[in-house]
Design a protein around this ligand. Structure first.
Ligand SMILES: C[S@@+](CC[C@H](N)C(=O)[O-])C[C@H]1O[C@@H](n2cnc3c(N)ncnc32)[C@H](O)[C@@H]1O
Length: 224
């Protein structure tokens, strides 16, 4: 098992699934919702697959944005899948790995993911996305990024120190907050995604940074 998969299994558990929605809101100082709204603006087609749907925040936003869309959701953690089914009206949620998608070839028009990329083997993920996406389909990756400006990095590190201190009080999140900053700093998800998209027949690739470079979205279109 590669280290990203091990981290995902250690991080997203029965102990913290119930509090995830609040934690992601507070930990991103409310930015998570805006970042996800930016994802919504890029969605095209009729069938949308939300990879690493977690508790279903993004899947629900996609569904609410357009009743005509069919939303499929998938997550590795059974505990997060259970919460998403309990809390939200999301019709199809699958418990599986994004590295081995249980979907037919060319079956989804748009494939999105928020905070998945740093946990996966990017080449396996893009190979699967490339198989499942329809010709001219859109893929959208979103995840945290390590800011490039020195002054922002100082503020970013202080923010994570604060999260670590908070984590000392919330035992179910302690482990996540003690490792997440290092993981984001070391992750090369965006470089790997850009390289892999190019070699899997994707074009019109664009990258957008949000909130002083603390998160990033990559969008691309599958060639016919
Ligand atoms: C930080 S949560 C994000 C949840 C949701 N996308 C959101 O934005 O609120 C990360 C999620 O990625 C899932 N995950 C990690 N690795 C995965 C994989 N290989 N396949 C599917 N899901 C995975 C975890 O189970 C967890 O629910």
């Amino acid at each position: 098992m590669h280290s990203g998969l091990q981290s995902a299994k250690d991080f997203f558990t029965e102990q913290n699934a119930n509090t995830y929605d609040k934690i992601v809101r507070y930990a991103t100082i409310g930015r998570d919702k805006q970042w996800k709204k930016n994802i919504l603006t890029m969605i095209q087609g009729n069938i949308v697959l939300d990879l690493a749907s977690g508790t279903g925040i993004l899947s629900e936003m996609i569904r609410n944005s357009n009743d005509a869309l069919e939303v499929l959701s998938l997550d590795l953690s059974i505990d997060y899948v259970k919460i998403s089914k309990k809390r939200r009206k999301i019709p199809t949620v699958v418990n599986a790995s994004a590295e081995m998608l249980p979907f037919r070839n060319r079956s989804c028009d748009c494939i999105v993911s928020s905070y998945l990329a740093k946990y996966v083997d990017i080449d396996k993920l893009v190979t699967e996305i490339s198989r499942v996406i329809t010709p001219n389909g859109i893929v959208i990756f979103h995840d945290f990024s390590y800011p490039s400006k020195r002054v922002i990095r100082i503020a970013w590190k202080l923010h994570f120190k604060l999260l670590c201190a908070v984590g000392l009080m919330i035992t179910s999140w302690r482990h996540v907050f003690s490792e997440l900053d290092q993981m984001i700093e070391n992750s090369e998800w965006s470089e790997e995604v850009l390289a892999s998209l190019g070699s899997h027949g994707f074009a019109e690739i664009s990258s957008t940074y949000f909130t002083f470079g603390t998160s990033k979205m990559i969008v691309a279109k599958k060639n016919e």
